[in-house]
Design a protein around this ligand. Structure first.
Ligand code: NAD
Length: 326
């Protein structure tokens, strides 16, 4: 695609759309041709935040009239399906936020429709674009890893759809999916998972999630990773999320979106995050669209399906009390 400006439309204009819009406004080869949200005021606010853009009440109308080159799909986890189908039918490349579905039937349907058209897609696994994750990959070259542990702990996010399985998929699927995806990015494909979850600390009307869980993921490589997930912490409780990688000859600590530290006993070195991974994520996606090359994206839809499957397997394991093979 050799256009001077890429025409961008966004459906769903809440928090994460602001994240992407704040990067996109930094690029001089984009123009915003449509904003749409079921709460019109959100679309109006997003349009204002990017210096003006047409606001639509229906996304199909937006796709047909605005004719975007690229669609950002930033709706809650339970709102996926028809938006993607309509975009694919019109050959519009899209970046969709994780989790891209709450069941694998839908995710695989979209994956296959995308593949049939050869469309460029991206899923919002921003951490894959971190310089400190590239550094972690480098540190892992020629090292043998046995055990990994990690955590994504915090409180209850403010999003109106977050507190029920039906609308968010739960904290593993909605939030800690970033670290489950990172396991795959660093250590290859999982073989099986066992996950135990508990309720009872968080008392909120309408909330039906597990307050905390522990998942043991056995990777095909032999690495065994234990990931904690929890949303019961009070605000301001000191807490460092990330991964702790136990190699034969070194200890590697990745602090989520902040740093990675190598400790061999003889020496210790820390690398701090230097780049804005969100900007890189959006730039690479747009460059891939321009090049018509789906492989430039670090998290294309088909690959992201495997991370989604792993997190949904955690939910299944919590529900059945059994190991789930991937
Ligand atoms: N990649 C990341 O790091 C990251 C970070 C935060 C959120 N997310 C993901 O982004 C998605 C959205 O999260 P958010 O924090 O922006 O939520 P949000 O509630 O702030 O925004 C979602 C917006 O979508 C609108 N919406 C709902 N249904 C719609 C529909 N059918 N059509 C059009 N608009 C619709 C809502 O009115 C709302 O304004 C979630 O899947 C979330 O997991 C990803």
């Amino acid at each position: 695609m050799s256009k001077a400006k890429l025409r961008i439309a966004i459906v769903g204009n809440g928090g994460i759309s602001g994240f992407h819009a704040s990067h996109l406004v930094q690029f001089d080869d984009v123009e915003f041709v449509g904003m749409m949200d079921i709460r019109r005021e959100k679309a109006v606010a997003r349009a204002e935040s990017v210096g003006g853009a047409p606001v639509y009440d229906e996304y199909v109308d937006m796709l047909d009239k605005a004719k975007p080159d690229v669609l950002y799909i930033c709706v809650p986890p339970d709102q996926h399906g028809t938006i993607e189908r309509e975009a694919i039918a019109r050959n519009i490349p899209f970046l969709v936020e994780k989790p891209m579905a709450l069941n694998m039937t839908l995710a695989h349907e979209i994956r296959d429709l995308v593949a049939a058209k050869g469309l460029v897609t991206a899923v919002g696994f921003q951490d894959r674009y971190l310089d400190i994750i590239a550094q972690t990959k480098k540190l892992l070259e020629n090292r043998t890893v046995g055990l990994v542990d990690g955590a994504w702990l915090g409180g209850i996010p403010g999003a109106y759809w977050w507190s029920t399985y039906a609308t968010s998929g739960g904290q593993i699927v909605e939030q800690n999916i970033h670290l489950f995806d990172m396991l795959r990015y660093l250590f290859g494909e999982p073989e099986k998972v066992y996950c135990s979850g508990m309720k009872g600390i968080v008392k909120r009307e309408g909330y039906d999630l597990h307050d905390y869980s522990s998942a043991v993921v056995t990777m095909k490589s032999g690495v065994i990773a234990t990931l904690f997930t929890g949303c019961y912490l009070s605000r301001n409780v000191p807490n460092k999320n990330g991964l702790h990688i136990r190699c034969v000859d070194a200890d590697i600590r990745y602090i989520l979106r902040q740093s990675v530290t190598l400790d061999t006993g003889a020496m210790q070195q820390t690398w701090l995050k230097q780049v804005d991974q969100g900007v890189t994520e959006d730039r690479i996606f747009l460059d891939a669209v321009r090049a018509g090359d789906p492989t430039m994206v670090k998290s294309p839809y088909a690959d992201a399906c495997k991370s989604l499957a792993l997190t949904l397997a955690c939910n299944e394991s919590m529900a059945t009390g059994k190991e789930v093979f991937l």
